[in-house]
Design a protein around this ligand. Sequence first.
Ligand code: ADP
Ligand code: LRH
Length: 499
Amino acid sequence: TRTHTFAAVDLGASSGRVMVAMVGPGSLRLREVHRFPNRPVRVGGTLHWDILALYGGVLDGLRAAGAAAGGRLAGVGIDSWAVDYALLDADGALLGNPVHYRDTRTDGAPEKIAAAVPPEELYAATGLQHLPFNTVFQLVAARGTPQLAAAKRLLLIPDLISYWLTGEAGTEITNASTTQLVDPRTRAWSPVVAARLGIDLGLFPPLRSPGDPAGFLRPGVLAETGLTAGGPVPVTAVGSHDTASAVVGVPADGDDFAYIATGTWSLAGLELDRPVLTEASRAANFTNELGVDGTVRYLRNIMGLWLLQECLRTWEAQGDPQDLDALLEAAARATPLRSVVDAGDPAFLAPDDMPRRIAQACVRTGQPEPRTPAAVTRCVLDSLALAHRRAVEEAQTLSGRTARTVHIVGGGAHNTLLCRLTADATGLPVVAGPAEAAALGNVLVQARAAGVVGGRLADLRALLRATQPLRYYDPAGDRTAWDEAADRIGAGTVTGTGR
Ligand code: ADP
Ligand code: LRH
């Protein structure tokens, strides 16, 4: 049997990477061929994504992928972070750098929208959790700008990369669901919501689904990446929302599992076959994002390892750089649950001095201020584990489903302390890995579309279990200590709506 080499372009908020996977019946080998930093740039007071640098990284990665595949790539798939978009003019030219979801331009937009469509109605129509940066809020913030007025087309980030690579435009549905303009029951646009918010759905190219063809690498791209000799290279729509691909990449056995995709964000919840649109679900700020194969990602956004990344950035800027491995070792020895913060607090959203904000939150809730990098790191990881526990428990209550295992995928799967604390806090066994679940979910959907592997999500996941190294953590310790810590913080969610 022949193996085929597929490339996954996976753009995360902290780094972009291009991975190649050798896929055959019963075999799957993933290799990173290129990783590049994703460094946002503030210009004119606005935080932007450096999209051309990212595209340059994608081209470098495809060149490396082609070399790894002996010049013959069976396909390319693209996924990235959600929500953000680029505007193009009538000639297809980029109208400015995409704005970062952590930019403050959306301040006040939710209030404007609530006046046009009450939050209850917006949730009933779209099932999306309230994140202050959802695409609808960004579009309302951009209303009246010359850029939006000149725009003839709107492309979400992975769709933009795909357009540049192929010349063909589409809107992939899993990521489209994060705009807050899609009805999760029909899996189509919600014209009513768009009309009431004055958003022109005509800006979006037609919807496509994971597995749909998305064109071929253009001749110029083939030339630039050294891929001209291998014949046409198809681009396939995958779960273009990185979290959609990451959930495909969860190596679960059966359906009684919870997952936590932990990278810059922690996305913690359940895979469902239909949305939960109840008022209780809205109040708890759970989202119903659309997944591969008709699934729903029922989850909550938790601030994630952003908290740690921003601490590291701050310490470095203050002339006190930390080594991550040494820091995590010291954190593992630090006093458990000494101070915890609400890992959903919107105060942590923007880039800024994170150790200071964490200390302030501890003081505000009458807890000791963590004073050393190790103590701050322990506080972050205890707080994330606590938020993981709350999301996993509430997702079950709100959906009526039961989880017997927690899968941790994404970069955080490397963090053994976080995995152990999550097992202890949830009281459930944790299976950690793969860290590159998004890239794996990306290539598996491509390989299936190409007929190289077959089957349903369960079959793709069986292939992952058979081929990817995983780590197991059994819960230990006294769960009442976690209850007590939870009581210290009146935890809300990223909206700050509170309990
Ligand atoms: P994103 O996709 O959002 O860019 P990733 O899934 O790549 O994020 O996760 C990045 C995070 O994973 C880092 O911020 C870091 O905290 C964590 N991480 C990655 N590798 C390791 C490691 N070897 N040990 C501990 N943590 C790690
Ligand atoms: C994770 C992610 C998450 C979104 C956020 C904007 O990378 O896609 O699912 O909520 O970025």
